[in-house]
Design a protein around this ligand. Structure first.
Ligand SMILES: [Zn+2]
Length: 354
């Protein structure tokens, strides 16, 4: 099979130093969607996917969090039952993204040690996760089932409130008021306690500001914003403002800047909004200046809407590495952005779970 499409790869010149560093690092993308229904194509290089295992391998990516994403629907028994079964089925598919095929090897990993071992073995690490607490419906027992299928984080909400918490973006078509709870519900607090017990990291991307701040306070383990950007640079309700960034740091958490143009750049007065790798790294710079290097990382939201000029699929991550080098970050700092910081949060959650 041939798979050298230069259009898919970079038109940007990449320095030998950037390529060498990128190849050496443990590079982790903390938020990648999977196609649904499943196409059984994760081991194939297909134009339909921005991330598949061959693109990860060619792009020098070491690890990715693949999410079972459940769109928000009605908070009824029937809606919850459907969300639960779809999420479990999607986690099963993510668990099939392992083995050796087409000349590459991948392994599902659900602990930091497993991820480090996969990297040392030269094996791609697939880390399952769940996007939208709606996937548990109103049954806390589902969280243990998600964990048993390897999930490492659960995103509290998507767009639209669920029975755990208010979302940043409400959905009047689903009957949402601007706020249903003023943050977390009582069940949402119970869910956070259960996630702490299980070693499931709480992801606050998509949550409302009140939900996010209450979640930081409620969680015994550090939290993550698995795919969010900086509100001061781009005033979108999905982004974190300075108060939220400070709270994230106080809880020893991490924000994973994401490749979504609408979160990276304000809409221009005319013309189409575009964003590029430099815009992305502007958000990293902002978090570094406000909080420090340990509190920011990298996510794509590929196959869930993410893509920017210069980072359009998993083969192009080297451009981020090159831009980070150009801004003066050293190897240890770039390693922290590309996965070290996120792994610190996973490990802390493992320690809290005991
Ligand atoms: Zn999302």
């Amino acid at each position: 099979m041939t798979h050298s499409s230069s259009a898919q790869e970079s038109q940007f010149p990449v320095s030998a130093a950037a390529q060498a560093l990128h190849t050496k690092l443990l590079t982790l993308d903390s938020h990648i969607d999977i196609p649904w229904p499943d196409q059984k194509d994760a081991f194939d290089d297909t134009p339909a996917r921005r991330v598949d295992l061959p693109k990860m391998q060619r792009g020098g990516m070491s690890a990715g969090c693949f999410v079972a994403y459940i769109g928000q629907g009605p908070t009824t028994d029937a809606g919850h039952a459907e969300a639960q079964s779809q999420c479990l089925a999607m986690l099963d598919v993510i668990n099939q993204m392992q083995g050796t095929r087409n000349g590459l090897t991948a392994r599902v990993c659900s602990t930091v040690q497993e991820i480090l071992t996969a990297h040392a073995d030269g094996v791609l690490a697939v880390i399952p996760a769940v996007e939208n607490g709606y996937a548990m419906g109103d049954d806390l027992a589902l969280l243990a089932q998600f964990r048993a299928k390897g999930a490492r984080y659960v995103t509290l909400t998507h767009n639209g409130h669920n029975v755990l918490a208010d979302a940043a973006v409400h959905r009047p078509s689903l009957g949402d008021k601007p706020e249903n709870y003023g943050g977390l519900s009582a069940l949402g607090r119970d869910a956070i306690a259960e996630m702490n017990r299980l070693g499931l990291v709480l992801d606050v991307s998509h949550a409302s500001k009140k939900s996010m701040l209450q979640a930081v306070a409620a969680s015994r383990a550090p939290i993550v914003a698995s795919h969010s950007c900086v509100r001061t640079l781009c005033d979108h309700p999905r982004n974190l403002d300075d108060e939220q960034l400070d709270a994230l740091k106080a809880g020893n958490g991490v924000i994973q800047i994401t490749a979504m143009p609408a979160f990276l750049k304000p809409k221009p007065d005319e013309g189409k909004r575009t964003a590029n790798v430099a815009d992305f790294v502007d958000h990293i710079d902002y978090v570094v200046k406000r909080l420090g290097v340990p509190y920011v990382g990298i996510s794509s939201d590929f196959d869930g809407g993410g893509a920017i000029e210069g980072w359009e699929n998993a083969t192009q991550g080297v451009h981020l590495t090159q831009e980070l080098m150009r801004r003066g970050y050293d190897e240890s700092e770039i390693a922290a952005f590309w996965g070290g910081n996120f792994l610190r949060v996973l490990k802390a959650a493992e320690d809290v779970a005991g």
